[in-house]
Design a protein around this ligand. Structure first.
Ligand SMILES: Nc1ncnc2c1ncn2[C@@H]1O[C@H](COP(=O)(O)OP(=O)(O)OP(=O)(O)O)[C@@H](O)[C@H]1O
Ligand SMILES: [Mg+2]
Length: 286
């Protein structure tokens, strides 16, 4: 059983300033306090430049704080000796799958991180077999990664991270370069790993529809954490989102227009299905 009260990542009073940024601008992040719990799915949203990627890089020890602290499974990211251990506990997936695949076959690519851990080859083979079966990659193991579709490549990148048996996966706009089928492919995979295996997920996205599936939506603006709550609380708050130059889901935006035109729709609609059900029940009662 996943103990959801357990904290995997803890950031306290976190700030980050890129070098060369000091005089001209405000820090990329400041005063951020956030914890990621085991098995939790967090959607991280915010306008361009609000600090989302910087926060993920701080979680993954790709950057270290200029103020405050990040602990991953209790280990401070300042602890240089344990950086590999932090990255093993907390793997990162980037927007462009091409930049993450390094080997000549899918199998070698999935095994790449494991080879660096110097695990026995029987253990490596076992783990590659396990993750490729979870991600449906068994038939692609001998293929060259560059021959795969974008969605398949992203699944190979996820497999490489999962093979390290992390407690948490950090995803920076992982579906931005994919078509709708590729997006679904990746999202369903990650949702499955989250619900079935208790993998914690921090998912940066500009697609409001992708935030619907989260346990918690966290909003950044100008490097500060300005709001957090359930998808219904955050995606239903159009004044917050519009004030940041963001949009909510198509269903929230449409429901809001319909309400302005006098339709008596209940609050809390965030998905297309909820909107359709509400409209149908209006017609039936009229
Ligand atoms: N390598 C860098 N050097 C200097 N400044 C940077 C660097 N990377 C990011 N920044 C600045 O830090 C701030 C936060 O950037 P970050 O990439 O974290 O934003 P983001 O929320 O991920 O944006 P996007 O939605 O465009 O991906 C921005 O003001 C950006 O210009
Ligand atoms: Mg970014």
């Amino acid at each position: 059983m996943v103990n959801r009260s357990e904290i995997i990542i803890e950031a306290k009073d976190l700030a980050y300033q890129y070098t060369g940024e000091e005089e001209a601008s405000s820090p990329a992040l400041s005063g951020v306090n956030i914890s990621v719990h085991r098995g939790e799915y967090i959607a991280l949203i915010g306008p361009n430049g609000s600090g989302k990627t910087t926060l993920l890089k701080l979680f993954n020890a790709l950057l270290v704080p200029t103020n405050g602290e990040v602990r991953v499974e209790g280990i401070s990211t300042f602890d240089e000796e344990n950086i590999l251990s932090i990255r093993r506990h907390c793997g990162m997936i980037f927007q462009n799958p091409d930049n993450q695949l390094v080997a000549t076959t899918v199998e070698e690519d999935i095994a790449f991180g494991l080879e660096n851990l110097t695990l026995p080859s029987a253990e490596i083979q076992k783990r590659v077999g396990q993750v490729s079966s979870v991600l449906g990659l068994q038939d692609l193991l001998q293929q060259a990664p560059h021959m795969l579709s974008g969605g398949e490549k992203q699944r190979v990148a996820i497999a490489g991270v999962l093979a390290m048996q992390p407690g948490c996966i950090l995803m920076d706009e992982p579906t931005a370069m994919l078509d709708p089928a590729g997006r679904n492919d990746v999202l369903q995979t990650v949702q499955h790993l989250n619900s079935e295996q208790g993998l914690a997920v921090v998912h940066v996205t500009h697609f409001p529809e992708e935030a619907v599936m989260a346990d918690r939506v966290v909003v950044l603006e100008d490097g500060r954490l300005v709001a957090q709550g359930s998808p219904k609380e955050i995606l239903g708050n159009t004044s917050l989102l519009h004030g940041l130059g963001l949009q909510s889901t198509a269903a929230v935006e449409l429901a809001s227009l319909l309400r302005q035109d006098g339709f008596d729709l209940p609050e809390g609609i965030i998905t297309n299905r909820e909107l359709v059900n509400s409209i149908c029940s209006l017609e039936q009662t009229d």
